[in-house]
Write a protein that binds this ligand. Structure first.
Ligand code: NDP
Length: 471
């Protein structure tokens, strides 16, 4: 049978996506720059409807028209190189889908360039890691809508399915919208991971629990409103013993340095560019950076003073405070993430549908969680919701939990346990609900030293104060 779709890039993600599509009844053409990889995949899966090609010309020629080609190659120069090779071989109306972790502005550029030759270009965020790619990822495609309609039947079959059976894929918007939403997904993922790490830190250093006890607490939290993939794997991770035989929990021998591939930084950078408060993701990026300064931290730990004395706590009460702070801060983080998408949607002209975005994050992706249903419900009730915390459900949580977050951040500061995520969450909350902020002082200073003028509370217009005249 003529392959209905092709995949370029036979590293782990491309191979697994190809196998996923094949498992839904399609014949899939496969190609990789290094032929031996294509050969290995074809040999390992000789019983499957995979059609290997060893030249890009054969690969393109093997496909049903209009051609549908997924690129699953190293993002950046790799994607450009493959596009340049494919371009002379493609016809008007063909659909190229970039499933890599591509920066959304690259996708906007490629979409516009390829559009000139009549080639449709879809930038699609794919989340769920290698297992997700194989069994069903969450997919965020953006580009020409008519082109998406040509691939939608295949994508809806290969995507993860939420509890209500809905596929975790939807058309996101024009040009770079899909990769943008994937970037925000990854930024939010940084935030979730940071908040979980701070919770673990407090349970360990402030409450004084063992790794095994903390594992039980995370497993317990996973049965309630925090129910999510990342809490679930954290509980599992904390039960695991070192595989190199020290007898210790594996987390105790893993070095405290978190690397990154840059998607959190992209989210924060874009928030700065569009002038959007995005403190949760940004603090999470900084937390990774400071974690990497291990040598400096070790030296500083011997010089800089610790807090005086121990903090007396009621252990059980503090565990519950941490749970509440985790949920509250997660809500602040998603509120910021959705706020960023709302402003970006207007800026880049995407008309994003927030209920649909939350809906396709309910399964398949790394941030999948029960509470994404609450976000879906909130935006279904009010598609123009200004900020997630103003929705009734989330408003109620802030009413119930804010005092616990304040108490916990106070305790953490007193005990000297860093909580950049929790502190950013409560500060964002307090800033957002403030009728009056101290910005008047800054504006006065700007007017004083730079004649930048100021606005008044009692009349229209811009004013400059005669700071250098005697009164
Ligand atoms: P890699 O990111 O490691 O990329 C390797 C693949 O890219 C190989 O097939 C390689 O071909 C190809 N490639 C690199 N440079 C070129 C080039 N100049 N010309 C042609 N082909 C090139 O593979 P992954 O499978 O990990 O990821 C693929 C994409 O999916 C990436 O964009 C990644 O960010 C994204 N992604 C990855 C996830 C993951 O969990 N790993 C999750 C979600 C998205 P060759 O064999 O010839 O070197």
């Amino acid at each position: 049978q003529t392959p209905q779709i092709g995949v370029v890039g036979m590293a782990v993600m491309g191979k697994n996506l190809a196998l996923n599509i094949e498992s839904r009844g399609y014949t899939v053409a496969i190609y990789n720059r290094t032929s031996s990889k294509t050969e290995t995949v074809a040999k390992e899966h000789a019983d499957k409807k995979l059609v290997p090609s060893y030249s890009i010309q054969d690969f393109v020629a093997s496909l049903e028209k209009p051609r549908r080609i997924i690129l699953m190659v190293k993002a950046g120069a790799g994607t450009d190189a493959v596009i340049q090779e494919l371009l002379p071989l493609l016809d008007k109306g063909d659909v190229l889908i970039d499933g890599g972790n591509t920066f959304f502005k690259d996708t906007m550029r490629r979409n516009a360039e390829l559009d000139k030759s009549g080639i449709n270009f879809i930038g699609m965020g794919v989340s769920g890691g290698e297992l997700g790619a194989l069994q069903g990822p969450s997919m965020m495609p953006g580009g020409q809508k008519e082109a998406y309609d040509l691939v939608a039947p295949i994508f809806e079959q290969m995507a993860a399915k939420a509890q209500d059976g809905a596929p975790c894929v939807t058309y996101i918007g024009a040009n770079g919208a899909g990769h943008y939403v994937k970037m925000i997904h990854n930024g939010i993922e940084y935030g979730d991971e940071e908040l979980i790490a701070e919770s673990y830190h407090l349970l360990h250093d402030l409450v004084g629990l063992s790794v095994a006890e903390i594992a039980d607490i995370f497993a317990d939290w996973n049965k309630g409103e925090l129910d999510s993939y990342l809490i679930e794997i954290t509980a599992d991770i904390l039960t695991r013993k070192d595989d190199l035989g020290t007898g210790k929990p594996i987390v105790d021998v893993i070095l405290d340095r978190t690397a990154n591939k840059g998607t959190g930084k992209w989210s924060s950078g874009n928030a700065l560019e569009l002038e959007i408060p995005q403190s949760l993701i940004t603090e999470s990026v900084y937390a990774r950076y400071i974690s990497m300064m291990k040598d400096e931290r070790v030296k500083a730990s011997k010089v800089l003073p610790k807090p005086a004395g121990k903090v007396a706590i009621d252990k059980k009460a503090v565990v519950e405070m941490i749970r509440k702070a985790l949920y509250f801060s997660k809500i602040m983080s998603y509120a910021q993430g959705f706020e960023q998408m709302r402003i970006a949607s207007a800026h880049y002209d995407w008309d994003l549908d927030y209920a649909n975005i939350a809906r396709i994050w309910r399964a398949g992706c790394i941030i999948r969680a029960q509470f994404l249903q609450n976000i879906t419900d909130a935006y279904e009730k009010d598609p123009k919701l200004q900020n997630l915390m103003l929705d009734d459900y989330f408003l109620d949580i802030t009413k119930q939990y804010q005092e616990s977050v304040r108490d916990l951040v106070g305790l953490a500061v007193k005990a000297g346990v860093p909580v950049p995520g929790f502190a950013a969450a409560i500060s964002y909350f307090d800033s957002y609900r403030a009728e009056r902020l101290p910005a008047n002082i800054i504006q006065a200073e700007r007017d004083y030293f730079g004649a930048h003028t100021y606005e008044r509370t009692d009349r229209e217009g811009s004013f400059h104060y005669p700071w250098y005249e005697e009164q």
